[in-house]
Design a protein around this ligand. Sequence first.
Ligand SMILES: O=C(O)COP(=O)(O)O
Ligand SMILES: [Mg+2]
Length: 221
Amino acid sequence: MHPILKDIRLVAFDLDGTLVDSVPDLAAAVDRVLGELGLPPAGEAKVTAWVGNGSFTLVERALADALGESPGAQALDAGHRRFLYYYGQDPGSRTRLYPGVREGLDDLKAAGLLLALVTNKPYAFIEPIMEQFGLERHFALALGGDSLERKKPDPAPLLHVAAYFDVPPSACLMVGDSRHDIAAGRAAGFRTLAVPYGYNHGEPVQDSRPDGLVDSLAELV
Ligand SMILES: O=C(O)COP(=O)(O)O
Ligand SMILES: [Mg+2]
């Protein structure tokens, strides 16, 4: 067992940038929205820096970048709806599990730990993506960015998961790729573990001072 797991009973995972490299499909949907508006595509590099605060903020950042000014409320709302439509049509064909994810999840589950998913991605996309990798059964509970009033970096979804399973936050670990995961975990009283290979607005996630860092989830057990 990795030392960060000592006395831990529940592990909450971020999804985008932690379990799956989902930017190719996110960028494809963003670029279809932009194309429909006659705007140039953003491409994967920009989208990588914009992921992390949920789909609405992703579309807001994409429209602001393409227009050179913040989009009006109506244009933003319409753009977001179109994004949900396009992403929903194809949320996973270019999405890949990161190396070590399957081994890490299998081992943690076999070790008897409770596993949960806490992502800022809209809830509707969690199941199709996890099913495509046969991982939907690994998680006892999944929350999306639209499941509760507040999302990461707010601690609310993490506190919800801990309370749901009646596990004290001090016996919970948050694993993520971005400062929002580390901030939410810390605010919830969880231990925090970062992976350096995901999306963190172009900055090293180590700057958020997680309690631990692993290059691959296979290092956990
Ligand atoms: O959809 C996003 O913006 C990020 O999702 P995540 O919380 O799984 O990284
Ligand atoms: Mg993430």
